[in-house]
Design a protein around this ligand. Structure first.
Ligand code: G5P
Ligand code: MG
Length: 224
């Protein structure tokens, strides 16, 4: 008999490193809920909530949203996933966020995607997203079946407001300055697994293997 464990995982990487892309594959193969801080914020912006109105001006210039705002929003959403396995994408992004999370949750693994910065700008230029679901496409790497239309709903795809080249450069700089220390923090606790490469397809089997050591993939649980 297989013992079911809850997975508590974090995926970290620079803007455009493939966090969303790899997360989609993890959710497909493992019984885990994906919580993306960027998707959560974009939903608040779209719905013009108080959080969304405050967050938008930071997001549009590539800055991080202040910790207090982010912690209030994200930790509330996380509470709703108490009985589930989860994968956090884009959170924590500062040491203050990491400390708050670590104090309240048992983290099992931090997946760090190490992609050369040169590759990133090109990836982001070609990204199109479906705002309703957060589904991600890329004109070459992962094109939609019909150009600029979501595969599932047929609704129009959009480019993110913060995907302009200047804003991407600012996001990369904030990543370097504020998120590298988060990796150091988790590294000191022995939680970080590194995945280096230039292609998500090349990185994915290694991520799959690392997670399979912690929890059983979906396809195997069917036969119990
Ligand atoms: P987000 O939304 O967390 P970022 O900047 O961390 O945004 P982003 O841009 O969402 O990260 P990603 O998820 O790492 O990137 O990458 P992705 O979308 O999967 O892949 C990028 C593109 O490359 C896609 O088109 C994909 O199809 C393509 N691609 C993937 N793999 C390959 C490949 O192998 N080859 C090729 N050719 N293409 C590929 O945060 C946004 C903002 O929200 C705020 C901040 O303002 C932030 O800037 N925010 C926070 N602020 C404070 N604290 C937090 N915790 C915050 N979280 C978000
Ligand atoms: Mg993303």
């Amino acid at each position: 008999m297989t013992i079911h464990r809850l997975l508590r995982a974090i995926i970290i990487g620079a803007p455009g490193s493939g966090k969303g892309t790899i997360s989609t594959r993890i959710v497909k193969d493992f019984d885990v809920k994906h919580l993306s801080s960027g998707d959560l914020l974009r939903k608040q912006v779209q719905e013009k909530t108080e959080y969304g109105i405050q967050a938008k001006r930071y997001m549009d210039t590539g800055q991080l949203v202040p910790d207090q705002l982010m912690l209030g929003l994200f930790m509330h959403e996380l509470k709703a996933l108490n009985d589930h396995s989860w994968l956090l994408d884009g959170f924590p992004r500062t040491v203050e966020q990491a400390v708050a999370l670590y104090k309240s949750q048992d983290i099992e693994v931090v997946l760090n995607l190490r992609i050369p910065f040169e590759v990133i700008i090109d990836r982001i230029k070609g990204r199109w997203t479906h705002p309703g679901s957060g589904r991600i496409y890329h004109v070459d790497f992962n094109p939609p079946k019909v150009l600029f239309k979501d595969d599932i709903t047929g609704e129009p795809l959009v480019q993110r407001d913060d995907d302009k080249e200047e804003t991407v450069k600012a996001r990369l700089e904030h990543y370097r300055r504020l998120t590298h220390p988060v990796l150091q923090y988790f590294s000191n606790k022995g939680l970080v697994e590194e995945f280096s490469g230039t292609e998500s397809n090349e990185i994915w089997p290694h991520v799959h293997k690392a997670l399979s050591k912690i929890v059983v993939p979906k396809q195997y649980t069917h036969y119990e």
